[in-house]
Design a protein around this ligand. Structure first.
Ligand code: AMP
Ligand code: ZN
Length: 480
């Protein structure tokens, strides 16, 4: 049997909208952590929840006139597609909050049995923070003057106020007689508060104590403070042993906000022609412990760096180098790069120093190759270090066009193709002959009764805005 896995929990997305690049900065750095642990021989058991019920979801679903499950399914799917586009590995477990209501209820019942959870007149349940001596230990907030019994029922609230927080929200009926989504439970009809969800799912999947808990810096207080309070009060054991908080992403020096006009989802950027690999690389270029400023100049530089790395990689693969001996200087540079790369990541995941180590090797090897003094043995060693680099950064394989095409197909299907850069649409649009070839393939498939394939082609074309019409003189097509 191997060593036990490192158990970690990362707060996942609230699936009420498309993920923005700030969200992905956090998920990308958690991805680096899991990849680096694996590279070091540590198996990881990673849980990332999906928050599919909360205030914002309920508000948006109500406005869209949809049940919350229908509303969230679409954004959850989009989120996992975006993760994939950014090369973020899928955690071992991705539980949905709405599928763990019984665990949340029993956790609240344990707290109620200790008189730490109490019920208010409207039937909601709250956590009494005055009963948890360690409240504030994570965020090190000065919580002097906590008002005993002062309550808040919003999932998120002012960052400096310590308040008893909602564990379970009694069902509310709007003026129009429509009730919020709710579950009939031993606690009464209602729905969970946001914080209890993570405590319940972390405990269900990783146990009462586990190794590491991660999230963006905004979650430290009150979300993670509340998770600790709930979990430790119920279990009597320490909750997470280590915490990792990713500092925020700013855009062009400002907090990202729709009202500032500097708010970008991954899809916004792909539709403007920016490459998924460059976005990944840029968001990883500043270590997680530092705030990062996203700029379009930075994105252009990342695109250029990846080009350079890929060209260099191909050059090393192509070979044709001298077969006798080694260039000692390049050998030394390669060994140093490998050592520095690993040391940088081992030093609190210093991604900036890690990439700098690789750049130095690229420079040394490129100039030796230019001078004709790089040998085949050197190239092999260089390729091994590049592989080490790519196990973490995952940008060498070029899947950018595929990601961009997928984003365009999505925009097309959503009627949002106007948001895409016209030159991109023109470049990637299917040409007439390609369309005709696909239609011929579909006819073939139909004739051989392979209806699944025939349908898949039709759906794929439809996603690209091409509609087929079967008639007795064959298939006609048009662009939507
Ligand atoms: P949410 O979907 O809002 O629950 O957020 C998902 C994750 O993204 C959480 O870990 C947040 O802390 C993180 N996050 C949100 N905004 C930013 C930002 N601007 N920079 C970095 N991380 C963020
Ligand atoms: Zn959480």
């Amino acid at each position: 049997m191997g060593a036990p896995a490192l158990r970690m929990y990362a707060c996942g997305p609230t699936v009420y909208d498309y993920g923005h690049i700030g969200n992905f900065r956090t998920f990308l750095h958690v991805d680096v952590l899991r990849r680096f642990l694996r590279q070091q021989g540590v198996a990881v058991e990673h849980v990332m929840n999906v928050t599919d019920v909360d205030d914002k979801i309920i508000r948006n679903a109500l406005a869209a006139g949809k049940p919350i499950a229908e509303y969230t399914t679409r954004f959850e799917r989009a989120f996992f597609e975006d993760m994939e586009a950014l090369g973020i590995e899928r955690p071992e477990h991705t539980p949905r909050a709405t599928e763990h209501i019984p665990e949340m209820v029993s956790l609240i019942e344990r707290l109620a049995a200790k008189d730490i959870a109490y019920q208010t007149e409207d039937g909601s349940w709250y956590f009494r923070i005055a009963r948890f001596a360690g409240y504030g230990k994570l965020s090190k907030k000065d919580l002097e003057g906590i008002e005993d019994g002062a309550r808040v029922d919003a999932d998120e609230y002012e960052k400096d106020a310590a308040r008893d927080f909602a564990l379970w929200k009694a069902v509310k009926i709007g003026a129009d007689g429509v009730s919020e989504p709710s579950w009939q439970t031993a606690l009464g009809a209602g729905r969970p508060g946001w914080h209890i969800e993570c405590s319940a799912m972390a405990t269900a999947l990783l146990g009462e104590s586990f190794d590491l808990h991660a999230g963006g810096e905004d979650l430290m207080f009150p979300h993670h403070e509340n998770e600790i309070a709930q979990s430790e009060s119920a279990s009597g054991h320490p909750f997470a042993r280590h915490w990792m908080h990713v500092r925020f992403l700013l855009v062009e020096g400002k907090k990202m906000a729709k009202s500032e006009g500097n708010f970008y989802t991954l899809r916004d950027l792909l539709l403007k022609g920016h490459r998924a690999s460059a976005i990944r690389y840029l968001l990883l270029s500043v270590p997680y412990r530092h705030q990062m400023n996203f700029t379009f100049d930075g994105l252009a530089a990342a695109t250029h760096t990846i080009e350079r790395l890929r060209t260099f990689h191909r050059r090393m693969l192509r070979g044709g180098f001298a077969t006798d001996g080694v260039n000692a200087a390049v050998s030394a540079a390669t060994a140093k790069a490998a050592g520095d790369f690993t040391a940088a990541l081992a030093n609190d995941l210093n991604t900036a120093e890690a990439t700098a180590a690789i750049s130095e090797m690229v420079r040394a090897a490129n100039s030796a190759a230019d001078a004709g003094t790089l040998t085949a043995e050197n190239a092999e060693a260089v390729l091994r270090v590049l592989a080490l680099f790519d196990e973490i950064f995952a940008v060498l394989e070029d899947r950018d066009e595929e990601r961009t095409r997928a984003a365009l197909a999505w925009a097309e299907a959503e009627g949002r193709i106007r948001e895409a850069a016209p030159e991109l649409v023109a470049k990637l649009a299917l040409g007439d002959s390609e369309i005709e070839a696909l239609i011929a393939e579909r006819t073939q498939a139909k004739n051989s009764r392979n209806f699944a394939r025939a349908d898949a082609i039709r759906v794929d074309l439809a996603a690209k805005g091409i509609v087929l019409e079967d008639s007795k003189d064959g298939v006609r097509w048009k662009r939507k």
